[in-house]
Design a protein around this ligand. Structure first.
Ligand code: G1P
Length: 294
């Protein structure tokens, strides 16, 4: 019997140096795509997959993220006073139930594996999702729900994967494939950020995982890997053979919002999906295209 997936860990302690100066005094996870912060998309996606309990792994300067998920009493009172019912409803619609979100602090930037290990008391003995808010995914079925469905099919760990250009393997966790049915991949091994010549495949992990609590003892060793950081990928590699381990080619388009170009592309793609904006966006895109390409 697979245990239901109800918990998610969201690492948000990163400094966001690629977005300076925007991220000097503001958490990178608060950067908006259209009108919602990145962290908001991640929490919405997780909720759509049945996640009920959230753990943010935060660091210094991340208070705004916690505020974002709190009730803004003064704001609501002002909106009520001004009769702004639609805005009030919108705020209330995505309000988390009391106690649904906790935070733990990653005191030192020792890597993604270390961040997840910091959430060990929250994880306890339960399966949990991991969402890296920098990775934004536009899809029919929310990506975490696709992973959850695969998890209920196979049990064990499921990670979202996609093919990347061979010369980019050194940016990602890469799968060593045992077998592949085109959708689900049976994983034999994992390597964090291999050079193209050392990469066992071009299938990379993106920032969505369903993980088993058995990962914690492996993380607890705090062994350093690529970039001298405690890597989640290295601890996951140790789980292979201990629990079922699959990669899922998810349906959807991923935007790397930790990168300026990826972030910009996400703005356009998400705005084009908005009924209230798509016509205006198409109109200005048409103008730019005409100017650029004649
Ligand atoms: C992390 C993981 C890597 C994964 C990537 C997806 O790397 O360590 O395995 O492929 O996220 O975005 P980071 O982007 O934090 O360097």
């Amino acid at each position: 019997m697979t245990k239901p997936l109800r918990k998610a860990v969201l690492p948000v302690a990163g400094l966001g140096t690629r977005f300076l100066p925007a991220t000097k005094a503001m958490a990178k996870e608060m950067l908006p795509v259209v009108d919602k912060p990145l962290i908001h998309y991640a929490v919405e996606e997780a909720r759509a997959a049945g996640i009920e309990q959230f753990c943010l792994v935060t660091g210094r300067g991340k208070t705004a993220i916690v505020e974002h998920f709190d009730i803004a009493f003064e704001l609501e009172a002002t909106l009520r006073g001004r009769g702004k019912q639609a805005e009030l409803r919108m705020l209330r619609e995505w309000q988390l139930p009391p106690g649904a979100m906790v935070t733990v602090r990653q005191q030192e930037p020792l890597g993604l594996g270390h961040a997840i290990w910091c959430a060990r008391a929250f994880i306890g003995d339960d399966p949990f999702a991991i969402l890296l808010p920098d990775d934004l995914i536009l899809s029919e079925t929310p990506c975490t729900m696709q992973l959850a469905n695969a998890y209920y099919e196979t049990g064990g760990c499921v990670v979202a994967v996609t093919e990347v250009p061979h010369e980019q393997t050194s940016r990602y966790g890469i799968l060593d494939i045992a077998s592949d049915d085109g959708r689900l991949v049976d994983v034999r091994g994992l390597v964090e950020k291999p050079k193209p010549e050392d990469a066992p495949s071009d299938l990379s992990i993106i920032g969505r995982y369903v993980m088993m609590p058995e990962i914690i003892p492996h993380l607890a060793r705090l062994e350093r890997g690529a970039g001298n950081e405690v890597q989640l990928t290295d601890a996951m590699a140790k789980l292979i053979g201990q629990v079922p381990f699959h990669g899922l080619r998810y349906e959807g388009r991923r935007f790397d919002c930790g990168d300026k170009i990826g972030f910009l592309e996400a703005q356009i793609a998400f705005a084009l999906k908005r009924a209230d904006m798509s016509d205006a966006v198409k109109a200005f895109l048409k103008t730019y295209c005409a100017e650029l390409f004649g």
